[in-house]
Ligand binder design. Structure first.
Ligand code: NAD
Ligand code: WQD
Length: 347
């Protein structure tokens, strides 16, 4: 049984990936300081898979704590690094919080990996590194752009740091995965995305409006050059994303990489407009959504969707869930989590 360290493993994408890894018989060890998640997620993972992942409440910015942890787990075959702060707006307000947390966390992580001989790193990157696309669909060969936010910059710098570390250390290998727009939740409704405060992202805003936590959804702009005027994104089911991580880890452990540092887009290849997401949600939930069109949101790009050929070929992976699957599972989660919150205050 191969041991995999998952940083940020109680978070949204991390928890789904832990489940997918356990289902493929990997032994998972989670590191998370719970700044944006709850330890109850460990219980939920156990309820889904029947296996309790080991959990270490460590802050990645604390080098000594992380070193002690790696001393115990130097036999791990790979690290999947999800742990980061991710709120774009907050990063504009508090850039140093983001640089300290996301960059120092990665420096400490790679230091410890090199010291203890853990040589395979999977990094959660983002399609945000492409900025405003020159051409669509976005392939991994599209140029990256100056980041639109400190958060986005931490992903760009993270990729650059990894590239340099790989060059300097012949035994160290890495894969960056550039996620497009992850939404949806596990079919059990036991894990999902639980934003703290008012959501910035579309899908949680939709489900929170439908359940009555928000008065109305504001649709940002209907004057884009798209089929219905609203902006286009490549939404991907978080369970598909989790599967891609399992394939990525397999590629690394089985030494199938074609270069010591590789980059893959993770999307479906299909763009959907905001109104299409709303229509899908109304169809799968059977609820009418209260929404209103307003002006564009600063910093939004018109259209983004991935070319998925490289991930399809090299990872032997393809997203299989539809937009309806995504909106249905998000709604299932929203309803269940509100129930769960009443029982045991989930967050
Ligand atoms: P999340 O906030 O749910 O999960 C991140 C986890 O990292 C949280 O559980 C948090 O407590 C933990 N964490 C943060 N800082 C830490 C630290 N210093 N030490 C230990 N743990 C720490 O976010 P997510 O949506 O699951 O995102 C996971 C990763 O994917 C992040 O790196 C994010 O930037 C990246 N990503 C997310 C999206 C998205 O839309 N969700 C898109 C592209 C990339
Ligand atoms: C999607 C679409 C909005 C909310 C962000 C980050 C990105 C990545 C994923 C981590 C856009 C519209 C949204 C609302 C709306 N995260 N919208 N009303 O902006 O593509 O990407 O999350 O790396 O870095 O920037 O995702 O879900 O915020 O927006 O109309 O209340 O929905 O304008 O067109 P985005 P999103």
């Amino acid at each position: 049984m191969h041991k995999i360290i998952v940083t940020g493993g109680t978070g949204y994408i991390g928890s789904h990936t832990v489940v997918a890894l356990q289902e493929k018989n990997y032994e998972v060890v989670i590191v998370d300081n719970l700044v944006n998640s709850s330890e109850k997620t460990v219980d939920r993972i156990e309820e889904i898979t029947g296996i309790r992942p080991a959990f270490f409440p460590i802050d990645m910015t604390h080098q000594e704590g992380l070193r002690k942890f790696f001393r115990l787990h130097a036999d791990a075959k790979a690290v999947i690094h999800f742990a980061a702060l991710k709120a774009v707006g907050e990063s504009v307000q508090q850039p140093l919080l983001y640089y300290r947390n996301n960059m120092l966390g990665m420096i400490n992580l790679m230091d410890a990996m090199l010291e203890f001989g853990v040589q395979n790193l999977v990094f959660s990157s983002s399609a945000t590194v492409y900025g405003t696309p020159d051409s669509l669909p976005l392939t991994e060969k599209n140029s990256t752009k100056p980041a639109l936010s400190p958060y986005g910059n931490t992903k760009k710098i993270g990729e650059d740091m990894i590239e340099d570390v790989v060059k300097a250390n012949p035994d160290f290998r890495a894969i960056s995965l550039r996620y497009f727009n992850p939404i949806g939740a596990h079919k059990s409704g036991k894990i999902g995305e639980l934003p703290s405060g008012i959501p910035n992202n579309l899908m949680p805003f939709i489900t929170q409006t439908a359940i009555g936590l928000r008065k109305e959804l504001l649709v940002f702009g209907d004057d884009y050059d798209t089929p219905d005027g609203t902006a286009v994104r490549d939404y991907i089911h978080v369970v598909d994303l989790a599967e891609a991580h399992v394939k990525t880890v397999g590629r690394m452990i089985n030494q199938q990489q074609k270069a010591d540092y590789e980059i893959f887009n993770l999307g479906t290849g299909k763009g959907s407009t905001v109104l299409e997401v709303i229509k899908s949600f109304e169809k799968t939930s059977g609820k009418k959504l209260n929404y209103r069109i307003v002006g564009r949101r600063d910093g939004d790009v018109e259209q983004m969707y991935a070319a998925t050929d490289l991930a399809n070929q090299e990872l032997n992976w393809k997203a299989k869930y539809s937009l309806d699957d995504m909106t249905a599972s998000s709604w299932n989660w929203e309803q269940k989590v509100r129930g769960l919150e009443e029982q045991d205050s989930f967050n």
